[in-house]
Design a protein around this ligand. Structure first.
Ligand SMILES: [Zn+2]
Length: 486
């Protein structure tokens, strides 16, 4: 079975057929490094991580690029505020801490490192080459110290975003990197140097700096040299950014730019657009400072289908923390079992366990192939966890080495998407000494009972735990056991 994706360009679910057999080329628009990324940005990066991991799970060889926009209107404006006559070194000094923070946050969120992270300031020559091609082919023109792209000359302009071109007047120009959907004009390819800034590069026609859209197109060309399979980004980038990328690239090289455009929806906080004035604006650090776990943030951000708006709430994050603890408990219980090949263990039907595990794996991957149906894939994961718990209950924790191996492998297979199991011992980080898996299973059962409002059962388990010398500490990040000091 192939992958199927919703392609923004064709506006339908398309079967995914890579250009080159088993190799997949992906470009994801990365951060503009002028502030700390917020959780809305990370939703988009986690979406491209899910895409990448799903393709890799299916055996594709992925070559993935995420750019770093370190020169654009915003980075220049902020550098100018700090330095009256900024030069390129000032710009680099300004963006460096944000670049470092970006990579640190991506790492905390368990986002797979991609193959290339080109910086715009290090890809200037390919941008100039593209600019020259567009000038030679007369798609570009020089006016008022800058170079513009003439959108009327590119007949497919608007195909991606479906914008209404009827009101477009020839020759009206836009000099900023971002603009509204109702304001469709010729966009800037190279911005003429301003006297107050020394952040500029010489080209055949004028001294200045690249426009944001040209940067992405040139970085793609520089690495892939031709049509790429997949281009991703948030839905807010469809127009003008991606529309302009297509226009420049296809005009310059006369070939298809991207086969599949895949866009990720917005993230809302408490049902509203995230904004500083509403007090619902969160960076990753804000959330970690509240005591939440990065894996819970990761799991929550990946658990909603990319074409649905994700409503982020602290309550939802608390619930996700509980979900993760359930996964950890089951995995740790399995890991801690002393598997043996004793007579009891030999009674297991290994083939049955093996075929069950294979079905789980297939269902998991099939869900991802179906336009990245992550919710369905995660429900298969939870079914596999229930199966494992039940099996261990039935076997009273005496299982064969082979069964342990098959089930552990099943967890690892699904974790190639979730990437949280590496931290499965974190839950007992404060109380490592001697909390064993039997106690953790009891805690898990108590939380399940509370969730299904079976308070009598929850209370009974709490008492059992107390008799064993542990009290339960509930917090936003989940429940922990703490030894009662007698
Ligand atoms: Zn881009």
């Amino acid at each position: 079975m192939s992958f199927y994706f919703y392609n923004t360009y064709t506006k339908k679910i398309d079967e995914f057929i890579p250009i080159c057999d088993n190799k997949v080329s992906i470009y994801s628009c990365g951060p503009t490094v002028y502030n700390l990324a917020h959780i809305g940005n990370f939703r988009s990066y986690i979406f491209s991580d899910v895409l990448r991991r799903s393709l890799k799970l299916a055996g594709y060889d992925v070559e993935h690029v995420m750019n770093i926009t370190d020169v654009d209107d915003k980075t220049i404006k902020n550098t100018c505020e700090k330095n009256p006559n900024p030069c390129l070194d000032d710009l680099r000094a300004y963006t460096k801490p944000f670049i470092d923070d970006f990579f640190a946050d991506m790492n905390i969120l368990g986002i797979d490192k991609v193959e290339h992270y080109p910086k715009a300031t290090e890809t200037i020559e390919p941008m100039k080459e593209m600019l020259n091609l567009l000038l030679d082919k007369e798609y570009a023109y020089y006016k008022d110290d800058s170079v513009y792209f003439s959108i009327n000359k590119f007949k497919n302009y608007g195909n991606l975003s479906g914008i209404d071109l009827s009101s477009v007047k020839t020759g009206l120009r836009y000099n900023t990197d971002e603009y509204d959907k109702d304001d469709i004009r010729d966009f800037v390819l190279w911005k003429g140097e301003k006297e107050s800034e020394k952040i500029a590069w010489e080209t055949s026609i004028c001294k200045g700096r690249p426009g944001w859209h040209l940067e992405c197109s040139a970085m793609i060309r520089n690495i892939f040299h031709g049509t790429i399979d997949i281009h991703t980004g948030g839905v807010d980038l469809i127009f003008p950014h991606h529309e302009n990328e297509i226009a420049q690239s296809e005009a310059a090289y006369g070939e298809k730019f991207v086969k599949y455009w895949i866009h990720c929806e917005h993230l809302l906080v408490d049902g509203k657009k995230m904004s500083k004035s509403l007090g619902n604006f969160y960076t990753l650090r804000d959330i970690l400072d509240m005591g939440f776990d990065a894996d819970a943030v990761r799991y929550l951000l990946l658990s909603v289908h990319y074409r649905q708006k994700l409503n982020f709430t602290l309550e939802g994050l608390k619930q996700t923390s509980q979900t993760i603890i359930r996964i950890y408990n089951s995995y740790n219980r399995l890991a801690d079992i002393n598997a043996s090949n004793s007579n009891e263990a030999k009674e297991e039907n290994i083939n049955e366990i093996m075929s069950k595990a294979d079905i789980f794996k297939k269902d998991f991957l099939d869900a991802l192939k179906d336009d990245l149906n992550v919710s369905k894939a995660l429900s298969v994961f939870h079914e596999a966890i229930r199966f494992t718990n039940q099996f261990l209950d039935e076997k009273k924790n005496i299982i064969s080495s082979k069964s342990k191996e098959i089930l552990t492998d099943l967890f690892h297979y699904m974790d190639k998407l979730t990437n949280i199991l590496k931290n499965s011992r974190k839950i007992t980080a404060n109380d490592k000494d001697d909390i064993d898996t039997e106690l953790m299973t009891l805690l898990d059962k108590r939380n399940e009972a509370r969730k299904s409002k079976n308070y009598a059962e929850a209370d009974k388990i709490r008492k059992t735990l107390e008799e064993k010398g542990y009290k339960i500490l509930d917090s936003p990040t989940g429940s922990k056991l703490q030894k009662i000091n007698l």
